[in-house]
Design a protein around this ligand. Structure first.
Ligand SMILES: CC(C)(COP(=O)(O)OP(=O)(O)OC[C@H]1O[C@@H](n2cnc3c(N)ncnc32)[C@H](O)[C@@H]1OP(=O)(O)O)[C@@H](O)C(=O)NCCC(=O)NCCS
Length: 165
C-alpha cells in the first residue's frame, strides 16, 4: 500500500490555506524544478484565483497515520465569460502516480462546466503535453509554437467543448 491514501480535495476558503498551496508550489516549481521564486510569489493571480488542495492520510514509518497532509494543488482563473485557465498544478514528488493530478484537473474542468465556461487553456510544460492530452487538451494549429518560461519550453493547450460532450 502507498504511504499516501484516502485523498480529499478541498476548495480553499482561508488565507492560511492559500499559504499551504503557495508552499506546495514553491516545493515543486522552485525547489524541484528550479523556477525563480518570483515567478511563484509575484503573480497577478495569487489573490485572484480559486484554489484546491489535495489532502491525504500519510502512513508514517512508525506505523502511525498523519491526517490531512497537503500533497497537491491546482488553481482556476476566470478569464472571460466563456474562457478560463487552469494553472499551478503540482503533486509532491513522493505522492505522484496515485491519480491525484488527474483528480485535481478533473475538479477544475468540472468547476468550469458548473460556471458555464466552454473553453479552458493552460500553459503546459512541454514534457507534460501527454498528461494534459489525456483530458482533451490540444495544441491548436497556428498556436503550436513552443514558448519559453524562464528558459523552460511550454505549449499553450486548449479545451473548447466543456459541457458539450
Ligand atoms: C504532472 C503531475 C501533476 C502529474 O501528477 P500525478 O498525480 O503523478 O498524475 P496522475 O497519477 O494523476 O496521472 C494521470 C495520468 O497521467 C499520466 N502521466 C503522469 N505524468 C505524465 C507525464 N509527465 N506525461 C504523460 N503522462 C503522464 C499517468 O501515467 C496517468 O495515466 P493513466 O491515467 O492513463 O494511467 C505531477 O507529475 C507534477 O506535479 N509534476 C511537477 C509539476 C508540474 O510539472 N506541473 C505541471 C506544470 S504544466
Amino acid at each position: 500500500m502507498s504511504v499516501y491514501s484516502n485523498p480529499v480535495l478541498r476548495l480553499i476558503t482561508e488565507e492560511e490555506d492559500r499559504q499551504i498551496s503557495m508552499q506546495l508550489s514553491i516545493t515543486v516549481f522552485v525547489n524541484e524544478q528550479k523556477y525563480p521564486l518570483e515567478r511563484i510569489v509575484d503573480d497577478e493571480y495569487n489573490d485572484n484565483s480559486d484554489v484546491w488542495i489535495a489532502y491525504c492520510e500519510k502512513k508514517m514509518e512508525d506505523g502511525t497515520v498523519q491526517n490531512d497532509v497537503p500533497v497537491g494543488t491546482v488553481r482556476y482563473i476566470d478569464i472571460s465569460e466563456d474562457v478560463c485557465r487552469l494553472g499551478r498544478l503540482v503533486v509532491l514528488s513522493e505522492a505522484r502516480g496515485l491519480s491525484l493530478g488527474r483528480k485535481l484537473v478533473d475538479i477544475v474542468i468540472q468547476e468550469a462546466a458548473n460556471r458555464g465556461k466552454t473553453t479552458m487553456f493552460i500553459h503546459a510544460q512541454a514534457n507534460k503535453r501527454g498528461f494534459y492530452e489525456k483530458f482533451g487538451f490540444v495544441v491548436e494549429e497556428g498556436d503550436d509554437t513552443i514558448f519559453h518560461v524562464d528558459g523552460d519550453p511550454h505549449y499553450r493547450m486548449w479545451i473548447r467543448n466543456i459541457g458539450k460532450k
